[in-house]
Design a protein around this ligand. Structure first.
Ligand SMILES: Cc1cc2nc3c(=O)[nH]c(=O)nc-3n(C[C@H](O)[C@H](O)[C@H](O)COP(=O)(O)OP(=O)(O)OC[C@H]3O[C@@H](n4cnc5c(N)ncnc54)[C@H](O)[C@@H]3O)c2cc1C
Length: 442
C-alpha cells in the first residue's frame, strides 16, 4: 500500500531537446533538477510513476548526522544547512524542522560503542552528546521505560516525505524545468560514444547529459547500457498512526521501535535493523561485492526466497527502445509490508508510552531501499559513457542527505567547483577492485 504524497501535475509536452535529462522523480532527481535549473540549465525530469512514488515518500523522514558513516558526514552536514533554508528557497513547506534526534539504549555495551562514535562526531564538529538515562528520559516525556543512556544531536532534524519532493519539484518547474510522470525512460541513445538522447515511452529527448537518479532501478538501466552497477534492494516496513498525544518533536530510535512525530500530529513508526533481502539473481551476480558488508550486517538483514526471484529472473536486461521496457511494467514499486515487524514495533511503542495505548494505525506500507556494497551512494560521472551521471545507491540515508547530494550532482554535471570532495562517491570504486565495506553503524 502506498503512503500518501501530495500530487504534482505533469507538463503537457515532452521537450525535444534539453541540457539535462533527469531520470527519476524522487527527492534526488527533483532536487538535482532544482539546482540545475538554478544554474539556468534546461532540465526535464522523467518519472515512470509519479513524483516521490517510491523511496522518497516511504521513508521515516529523519535527517540525521547521528551515527553516520564518516564518508557521508560532509554530505549530511552541508545538507542540514541547506535544509534550514530550503522552505524559503523553494517557496513551500518541505516539513523540515530542526528538532534534534535521540537514540536510547538499555545496554552499557552499546553506550560504549556510542562513546567511540563521539570521536568521529568531534572530527566533523557535530555536537552529538552522550546522555545518562535520566537526561535521555527527560527528552521522552510520557515514556515509562528506564534507559542506560542516550545519544543526542541537537541540530539534527526531520522533514515530511509526503510534502518535500512535491514542493521541490514545483520549485524546479518555476525555474523552467519540466516534469513528466507516467513516462518511463527506456534507455539512452549515443553518438560517437557519448550520450545524445533519452528514449522515453512518450518520445525522445535529445540531450548531452543524463542524470540517473532512478533509485532501486538504476542498476537495471545501467545494465541496459553495459555499465556494471552493483546495487541491491532491501525491503523495509513502516506504519503511520492517526493524530495522537504529543510525546516528542525529535525522532527517537529505541531497540524496539523508531518513531517520528509528523506535522499532522500522527507518528511514523518502524523498527531499525529489520530489513528483508528478497533473493533475486542480482544477489548472486553481485555476491562478491556485497559479501563483506553482508557478513558485517547479517543480524539486521533477513534473506528470503520469494516470488521476486522469478519476477526478476524473467526481467530482460536488454530490450529494444521501441518496445515496452521493464520500467513501464512496474510503474510503482509497492512491496508488501512485513506485518509481524510492524505489529512488534507498535506493541513496543505502546508499552513504552502508555499515553499512546489507544493510538490508531492509519496506514502500513513498505519501501525498497537501494543499497551499494559499502552503503555509500554513487554521485559521479561514468567515465566510459561521457554525458552519463549517477546519483543513486543512497542505502537508506538519501532523504536526509539529498540537498547536498543533489547540489554535488549538479556541480559535477556543469563542471562547477564541487560543493564538497566527490571522491568518496566516485563510480569507479564499484568496478576497480576496491574492497567495499560499510562502516559499522550504531
Ligand atoms: C522504509 C524506508 C525508510 C527510510 N528512512 C529514511 C530516513 O529516515 N532518512 C533518510 O535519510 N533516508 C531514509 N530512507 C532512504 C530514502 O528514502 C532514500 O535514500 C531516498 O528517498 C532515495 O531517493 P531517490 O530519489 O534516490 O530514490 P527514489 O525515491 O526511489 O526515486 C527514484 C525514482 O526513479 C523512478 N524511476 C526508476 N527508473 C525509472 C525509469 N527508467 N524511468 C523513469 N523513472 C524511473 C522511480 O519510479 C522512482 O520514483 C528510507 C527508505 C525507506 C524505504
Amino acid at each position: 500500500m502506498s503512503p500518501p504524497v501530495n500530487p504534482v501535475t505533469s507538463n503537457e509536452k515532452l521537450p525535444t531537446t534539453v541540457d539535462v535529462v533527469v531520470v527519476g522523480g524522487g527527492i534526488i532527481g527533483c532536487l538535482s533538477a532544482y539546482y540545475l535549473a538554478l544554474k539556468r540549465l534546461s532540465v526535464a525530469v522523467i518519472e515512470k510513476g509519479y513524483i516521490a512514488c517510491e523511496q522518497s515518500s516511504r521513508n521515516w523522514g529523519w535527517c540525521r548526522q547521528t551515527g553516520r558513516d564518516r564518508r557521508e558526514l560532509p554530505l549530511i552536514r552541508e545538507s542540514l544547512m541547506l535544509w534550514a533554508g530550503l522552505n524559503e528557497a523553494v517557496g513551500g513547506d518541505t516539513g523540515f524542522r530542526r528538532t534534534g534526534l535521540l537514540y536510547v539504549t538499555k545496554d552499557a555495551g552499546v553506550l560504549a560503542r556510542w562513546e567511540e562514535w563521539l570521536k568521529t562526531a568531534r572530527d566533523y564538529q557535530i555536537p552529538t552528546r552522550i546522555l545518562n538515562g535520566e537526561a535521555a528520559r527527560a527528552l521522552m516525556p510520557g515514556c515509562e521505560q528506564v534507559w542506560a543512556g542516550g545519544l543526542y544531536t541537537a541540530n539534527d532534524g526531520r522533514a515530511e516525505p509526503a510534502m518535500a519532493t512535491p514542493v521541490i519539484a514545483e520549485a524546479a518547474r518555476r525555474l523552467g524545468a519540466t516534469l513528466h510522470q507516467s513516462c518511463a525512460a527506456r534507455g539512452l541513445e549515443t553518438e560517437a560514444g557519448a550520450v545524445s538522447a533519452v528514449v522515453t515511452e512518450k518520445g525522445t529527448v535529445r540531450t548531452r547529459a543524463v542524470l540517473c537518479a532512478a533509485g532501486g532501478w538504476s542498476s537495471l538501466l545501467c545494465r541496459r547500457h553495459d555499465i556494471e552497477l552493483p546495487q541491491l534492494n532491501v525491503r523495509a516496513s513502516v506504519l503511520s498512526t492517526e493524530p495522537a498525544a504529543h510525546v516528542a518533536d525529535n525522532p527517537i530510535s529505541t531497540p524496539g521501535f523508531g518513531v517520528r512525530r509528523r506535522l499532522d500530529g500522527g507518528y511514523t513508526v518502524g523498527l531499525r535493523g529489520h530489513a528483508t533481502l528478497d533473493l533475486i539473481p542480482d544477489a548472486f551476480r553481485y555476491i562478491r561485492a556485497f559479501w563483506p558488508g553482508y557478513v558485517q550486517e547479517r543480524e539486521n538483514i533477513t534473506v528470503k526466497l520469494s516470488a521476486a526471484f522469478f519476477e526478476a529472473l524473467l526481467r530482460p536486461s536488454h530490450w529494444p527502445l521501441d518496445e515496452v521496457s521493464p520500467f513501464e511494467r512496474t510503474r510503482v514499486l509497492d512491496p508488501v509490508p512485513d506485518q509481524a515487524v510492524l505489529d512488534l514495533a507498535l506493541a513496543n511503542l505502546k508499552a513504552a508510552y502508555p499515553i499512546l495505548r489507544d493510538v490508531k494505525v492509519a496506514e502500513r506500507w513498505a519501501g525498497m531501499i537501494d543499497i551499494t556494497p559499502d552503503a555509500v551512494p554513487v554521485i559521479s560521472p561514468v567515465e566510459t559513457l561521457p554525458g552519463f551521471y549517477l546519483a543513486t545507491g543512497f542505502s537508506g540515508h538519501g532523504f536526509g542527505i539529498a540537498p547536498a547530494a543533489a547540489r554535488l550532482a549538479a556541480d559535477l554535471i556543469t563542471g562547477d567547483s564541487p560543493l564538497l570532495d566527490p571522491s568518496p562517491f566516485r563510480y569507479s570504486r564499484m568496478i576497480d577492485g576496491t574492497r567495499l565495506v560499510p562502516e559499522t553503524g550504531l
